[in-house]
Design a protein. Sequence first.
Length: 171
Amino acid sequence: MEKTWLMRVVSDTSPLSCLASIQRLDLLEIQFSSVSVPPAVRMEMLRHPVPKARDSLGQAVEKGWIVEDAITGLLPMALLLNRTLDEGESQAISLAVNRRAELLLVDEREGRKAARGLGLRVTATLGILMRAKLEGSLDSLTQALEELRTNYAFSLAPELVQQALREVGEL
């Protein structure tokens, strides 16, 4: 698997919140040297409903590997995207375009569709977990998905889960 330490990565709130909710935010730090977030995502991170997850997100910002990055020059794009997406997704996509990010982390289907339409490469929480499993920094994708379902009410189509488990050798 290609190492992505020098990759410019931007994230929406959901992947950060999901991983923080199962205390596996470290997977992002392992896979990427840093992750940029726009102001709206930073604000959403500070309002995470689970104190432990909120603390993990705050520590990642303090350590400097989650970095708030202002959007400049593409605010009209953020406003246009905001008609169909939430503010965090709109700003994350705008920031990814503005910074020529090589990867955008976003879970919501409409956000991924909009990002791909703008030529961005995207992955979601599932992709991060699969990569971690394949690289050996996650013992069990099955367990991680169960923890996400329990701790974050995260759900995926059963067919997608089965396909992912097959791809990482857990089925």
